[in-house]
Ligand binder design. Sequence first.
Ligand SMILES: NCc1[nH]cc(CCC(=O)O)c1CC(=O)O
Length: 340
Amino acid sequence: MSVTPTAPSAAPIEELKDEVAARFADVPLRIGTRTSPLARAQTDQVIAAVRSVLPDLPVETVGIETSADRWHGNLAELGGKGAFTKEIDGALVAGEVDLAVHSMKDVPGDVPLPAGTELGAFLPRGDTHDVLISRTGVGLGELPEGARVGTSAVRRRSQLGLYRSDLRIDRIRGSVNARLAKLDAGEFDAIVLARVGLERIGLTDRITEVLSTVWSAGSRPSMVPACGAAVIGVQARVEDQAVMRLLAHLGDEETTRWVSAERTALHLLSGHCNSPIALHCTTTDEGRLALSGLVFSEDGSGWVRSHATGVADDPVGLGARVADDLISQGARELIGDTRH
Ligand SMILES: NCc1[nH]cc(CCC(=O)O)c1CC(=O)O
């Protein structure tokens, strides 16, 4: 599966303006998005990026409910795959929208994108930290014995359990706003969320503790991020050349390399959007790519880890090396135990 944008290289801006103006002379550029406040905020970022290239382009947002929005139970019971993206991808393929906006964290690594579509741009990555929000304002280390912590991600559950095996970790679903409401209503003592999500909807004042993204094997509070965390991906139809060329102007190169390394590894591990997998690529001071990968057993008691660095222009090679190493340590068996 191709994980890097395959849009034609960025056309000169004047040519692009003419081409896009002709394509959207009579109709607006239609952008498909989920409807939560976070999804809307992410779509506003895409619109701002489009407008920075083509200030006058008429755009229209099309809100689409996904199966994950309708189903409030365990995502594993939905069959998991693409629950956050399926309906939006469907609208793109059917020509009902021209762009699909996705949180890359929610785009599965084990099912290919629908035929004829590609991720044409990754916006610059935001803050990849996960955060704890506790009702009484105490950090992870000070939560009372047996405190109830809300998270649905196996990756988070495993890492929480390694640091505090006494915590009672329960599933929580719904939009970020809905989860905060459940915390406030007393259903949980604390919840774990992505910092960037709170930032995008203006709620960072709710944060109690920012968890380190650096693996600590449970010796201190930390949370290695998921593949694609804090990255907004924009998908289009490959045949829609004007749109693909526009996307080539929006993408961030460094983010594209990180996503490419992380998604290559996720794909080789057959990871899905709730896999017990953490994958985090960064750039070192020397300009090399560094990729950390972790795979957990469902109960968090077992895990394997790999870390490697590589040259900036071969993120795919780096992703493959880390995945191979994890697989040779038994990653497949750990993943196999977890329900998809
Ligand atoms: N599955 C939910 C989801 N998907 C992407 C984000 C946050 C934004 C991002 O990481 O891009 C969230 C919310 C959360 O984890 O708190």
